[in-house]
Design a protein around this ligand. Structure first.
Ligand code: DOR
Length: 445
């Protein structure tokens, strides 16, 4: 049933919070009424009791590992965890097995999404050194973007041929999202670490191996190429203060070059390697407190346009391996919004900034059709949160297939109470209705 009357909510949208009733019919927001709504027929009613209603978050970077790596995660688990955490639409990365490098493989992923995703979904088309023709056949209206790894990470999808890169930046006909870390710099740093530590490289070396310099070299080169060719470039997971000078502050409208920050780079610092070890081994690495503070400031001033998760699960067995063998990445999609709301409680961000960076901005940046706002005529992707209902992240309340989280033991003050996906109640108090299916997101391009 996707007809709802949500009464007495504090609706947070476009920088304002207003008391309103929200009427949803056939999965679409029909009315947002500050004066209240008397009666409506054929709807299920929910009294929000003055709690906050947010537009569902849109996560522009997740790895749900399907097909081929489903021992780590799959779309059913990943999307359920997303919805439990208030994320109603995700954009998923191409470093699966096989890699998403042809239109046929891309459409196969969409079929997997249709079959098992509780959330709305989109899948990136992957770039390689050899698939440019295929890449350029991607439909901008039904696919979120193109993804290129300019530094290798899980899955070795490196695009490093200078001629190919030039072509890619010149020809890309929709958003080109890049993972920017300079491979030669990383290799050199790694060789030095091996010479010094042999088999036992301490995890604290990770941000020195995957260094600030490696990030700068690659992201500044990507920005230079984009400026030369007028590419619509989106630089993913910025992790250093220095890279921020590559981006313009202020509203994203009119920008050809945008940037994303991930929750882990806003949350952790290199001091956390001592207690968390490989569990917070990510590419790019979590770096210094100064880097984290600078990224937080850039989220506020607009040099960072969107906040995402880079949810990238591996099994506990994989994460327990020694540094050099341990894969980078960790699950976050269930806890991104609660973590950002925690940063709101800590007065790092306002509630309106959280909604801007996690819902509105990704919708505008990708031109997602009719999502990301609590607006009449838009899909009813909605999240009801209680900002004062403390809970603790524990193994028993994790929905990830991998069964662990880098923030187990963390107490959050805010809780996601309900999540609607296209008007369907997909989550109530952390219990996800696995029969709900999201839709393929489309794009106004
Ligand atoms: O830490 C990471 N893990 N960074 C990436 O870019 C890829 C991801 C993964 O797929 O495991």
């Amino acid at each position: 049933m996707n007809n709802w009357l949500i009464r007495d909510a504090r609706v947070v949208d476009q920088g304002r919070t207003v008391q309103a009733d929200v009427l949803v019919r056939d999965g679409v927001i029909e009315r947002v009424a500050t004066e209240g709504i008397g009666r409506a027929r054929g709807v299920q009613e929910l009294d929000a009791e003055g709690r906050h209603l947010l537009p569902g978050a849109i996560d522009d970077q997740v790895h749900f590992r399907e097909p081929g790596l489903t021992h780590k995660e799959d779309i059913a688990h990943g999307s359920a965890a997303a919805v439990a955490g208030g994320i109603t639409t995700f954009m998923e990365m191409p470093n699966t097995v096989p890699q998403t490098l042809t239109q046929e493989l891309l459409e196969q992923k969409y079929a997997l999404g249709a079959a098992s995703s509780v959330a709305n979904y989109s899948f990136y088309m992957g770039a390689s050194n050899t698939n440019l023709d295929e890449l350029l056949r991607t439909d901008p209206r039904t696919v979120c973007g193109l993804k290129a790894f300019l530094g290798s990470s899980t899955g070795n999808m490196l695009v490093d041929d200078p001629g190919t890169l030039d072509h890619l930046f010149k020809e890309a006909h929709l958003i080109l999202a890049v993972h920017a870390e300079d491979e030669p710099t990383i290799r050199r740093n790694m060789a030095e670490a091996v010479a010094k530590y042999g088999e036992n490289i301490p995890i604290a070396q990770h941000p020195l191996i995957r260094s600030a310099e490696a990030c700068w070299r690659s992201s500044s080169n990507a920005v230079k190429l984009a400026q030369e060719h007028g590419t619509r470039l989106h630089v993913l997971h910025i992790s250093t203060a220095r890279e921020l000078e590559l981006f313009e502050p202020g509203p994203m409208e009119g920008k050809r070059i945008t940037a994303e920050a991930c929750v882990h780079h806003l949350w952790f610092t290199d001091a956390d390697y001592a207690t968390k070890g490989n569990l917070i081994k990510w590419n790019p690495a979590v770096k210094t407190r100064e880097d984290r503070e600078a990224i937080r400031q850039a989220v506020r001033d607009g040099r960072i346009d969107v906040v995402a998760t880079d949810h990238a699960p591996h099994t506990m067995e994989e994460k327990a391996m020694p540094y050099a063998q341990c894969p980078s990445g960790g699950p976050l999609v269930q806890h991104a919004l609660p973590a950002m709301l925690e940063l709101m409680h800590q007065e790092v961000f306002t509630l309106e900034e959280v909604v801007e960076k996690m819902s509105h901005a990704p919708a505008r940046l990708f031109q997602v059709k009719d999502r990301g706002f609590i607006r009449e005529g838009f899909f009813a992707d909605l999240v009801l949160v209680d900002l004062d209902a403390p809970w603790t992240v524990e193994k028993k309340n994790l929905l990830y297939k991998c069964g662990w989280s880098p923030i187990e033991g963390q107490r959050f003050r805010s809780r996601v109470l309900r999540t609607w996906v296209n008007g369907q109640l997909a989550n109530a108090d952390g219990k996800v209705d696995n029969t709900v299916r999201g839709m393929r997101a489309t794009f106004d391009r």
